[in-house]
Design a protein around this ligand. Structure first.
Ligand SMILES: Cc1cc2nc3c(=O)[nH]c(=O)nc-3n(C[C@H](O)[C@H](O)[C@H](O)COP(=O)(O)OP(=O)(O)OC[C@H]3O[C@@H](n4cnc5c(N)ncnc54)[C@H](O)[C@@H]3O)c2cc1C
Ligand SMILES: NC(=O)c1ccc[n+]([C@@H]2O[C@H](COP(=O)([O-])OP(=O)(O)OC[C@H]3O[C@@H](n4cnc5c(N)ncnc54)[C@H](O)[C@@H]3O)[C@@H](O)[C@H]2O)c1
Length: 481
């Protein structure tokens, strides 16, 4: 049969089913304009977050935390993975129908590659679809970084991820639950998985090259989080530079043992594991995307370069989400869509510059949530600007007016809020306690809208909630040392 080339012109072409792109496709499509959205992987409909990242991992974190000591680790894990799979399948279906039901949105399956500045080709077996558009949005996300560690050369050829060597996607389906897990990398993925698998019942060791875990956070914040994880069974090796990984039996057998070799202060050590998680950051998903054919410029790490309005180097081509680098969160990808929507049909004013006090949370047990400056950062800022700081800091267990953590059986953690003394404005906060991922949004809103520490302290909050900690903790503001 002769190959057919189909051509289609649309108002908006979105490459990749990421958070910002799918939202933009829906908004623009519902306004009646013609939209095409291309996704290369049927199991990624809806994007990374709902399929392999935020949602499934937080479902697993939740179920790991619900395991009682008497529950069998292996079967508990199997049940949790089943629930994870059911949840993601339902969300994938819903995501598909949300766009499939919009008449002017064309959903395209296949790998998109630029063949011109605003022209993309999608191979569909025998046929080829050539899409041209007035506006193109690159929303292809990121993939796990696999550095060239000796021993991993055969990855993808001699052996695949998912035997003894894992990334954050394959480890979610580890079979059986690893008895000993070594996590390489102590960032978001590393620590969330370390905490989660320790709760599932694995022996977990985290190897990180940093001088201490959570080195970007204040020392007492990091110390508290690490002590909690250690209490839950996680072991840490800091200053550990991994020099080799032997996947054992080619990494193909789930009964094989891997060996990770690392150096601490020049001394070589090694550790055996049933599973090794590589959690060493994310690389922009631009392989085979043909950015050169479009003239889209990337930075030295391969992220698509954008200005504050998310324009790439090519007119009419935007990049949003992880592929453009910077903060890699689902909610920043969503906010990227607001910037592009404003360019397409708003005042064109919204930009990355408007983005202040973006909170983040590491979903440990209990979660560690942060916004604004750490105390160390605030001290440098105060010194440079001739300001004085006040600090309120209290262990969660000592906060009498916040019984919620005791009700839920986990009164661990620490709350610290840093305030500019003269203006009483909040500069930053670090919250580790149950529901910290919710309370941090309120503190972020206060920072963004100039609500003072006294106003937050004297607000009426639900009892018994986690938010009411602010009544008591902010009552203890003292000048920073
Ligand atoms: C384990 C893990 C846990 C995380 N947890 C959280 C969390 O709790 N909260 C949070 O906010 N963030 C979390 N993140 C980060 C978050 O998942 C990402 O920031 C977010 O999903 C990025 O979305 P995006 O819009 O950039 O695109 P993505 O959702 O990554 O979508 C990109 C899509 O493009 C497709 N694609 C790629 N190339 C092509 C091509 N050439 N043609 C067609 N399709 C293509 C991909 O298949 C993919 O579906 C987590 C990340 C990981 C890895
Ligand atoms: N809760 C959330 O919001 C959440 C959860 C998971 C992931 N994410 C997003 O996904 C991104 C990726 O997460 P991640 O944990 O993979 O990356 P990360 O950047 O958070 O952490 C990577 C860690 O690996 C270490 N590292 C890098 N190369 C190394 C090497 N060669 N040897 C030893 N250590 C090395 C780094 O020092 C760092 O501690 C995050 O930046 C975050 O934006 C968010």
């Amino acid at each position: 049969m002769e190959a057919t080339v189909h051509r289609e012109h649309v108002d908006l072409l979105v490459i990749g089913w990421g958070k910002g792109g799918k939202t933009l496709a829906g908004t623009v499509g519902r306004s009646g304009r013609r939209v095409a959205l291309v996704e290369q992987d049927a199991l990624m409909v809806g994007g990374t977050c709902i399929n392999v990242a935020c949602v499934p991992t937080k479902a697993l974190v939740h179920d790991a935390g619900a395991r009682r000591p008497e529950d069998d680790p292996a079967s508990w894990f199997i049940q949790a993975v089943k629930r994870r799979d059911t949840l993601t399948a339902a969300m994938r279906k819903k995501n598909h129908s949300m766009l499939d039901t919009v008449d002017s949105v064309l959903l395209v399956s296949g790998h998109a590659a630029f063949t011109g500045p605003r022209e993309v080709t999608v191979d569909q077996g025998e046929d080829t679809l050539v899409l041209t558009a007035d506006t193109v949005v690159i929303n292809t996300g990121s993939v796990p970084t696999i550095p060239p560690i000796p021993g991993l050369e055969g990855l993808g050829e001699g052996f695949q991820l998912g035997g003894t060597i894992h990334d954050s996607t394959t480890l979610q389906h580890a079979d059986p639950l690893p008895r000993r897990l070594v996590v390489v990398g102590g960032g978001y993925v590393g620590l969330e998985f370390a905490s989660m698998f320790a709760h599932f019942g694995s022996e977990v060791t985290v190897l990180d090259r940093g001088s201490r875990p959570l080195k970007h956070e204040d020392e007492d914040v990091a110390r508290t989080a690490v002590a909690i994880m250690e209490e839950d069974g996680v072991r840490f090796r800091s200053g550990a530079s991994v020099t080799a990984i032997d996947p054992g039996a080619a990494g193909t057998s789930s009964t094989a043992e891997a060996t990770v070799t690392y150096e601490v202060d020049g001394a070589e050590q090694s550790i055996g594991a049933d599973a090794v998680l590589l959690a060493l950051g994310r690389t922009p998903a631009t392989a085979g995307l043909g950015l050169d054919a479009a003239g889209v410029v990337t930075d030295e790490r391969g992220f698509v370069q954008v200005d504050e309005y998310l324009h790439t180097s090519v007119e009419g081509v935007f990049a949003i989400g992880d592929v453009k680098g910077g903060q890699m969160f689902t909610y920043t990808s969503l906010d990227d869509h607001r910037i592009v929507a404003d360019q397409l049909s708003g005042g064109g004013q919204r930009s990355l510059e408007d983005r202040v006090a973006v909170p983040y949370t590491m979903f440990l047990t209990p979660p560690l949530a942060r916004v604004g400056m750490s105390l160390a950062e605030a001290k440098s800022w105060a010194e440079e600007n001739g300001r004085h700081l006040s600090v309120a800091s209290k262990k969660v267990a000592d906060i009498a007016a916040m019984p919620r953590p005791k009700i839920e059986g986990d009164p661990r953690g620490l709350i610290t809020v840093v305030v500019d003394t003269a203006s009483n404005l909040i500069l930053g906060a670090s919250l580790q306690h149950v529901h910290a991922e919710e309370v941090i949004n309120l503190v972020a809103l206060a920072i963004r809208h100039g609500i003072t520490a006294a106003e937050l302290r004297d607000s009426i909050y639900i009892h018994p909630s986690a938010t009411e900690a602010l009544n008591e903790v902010l009552g203890g503001l003292v000048p920073a040392e």
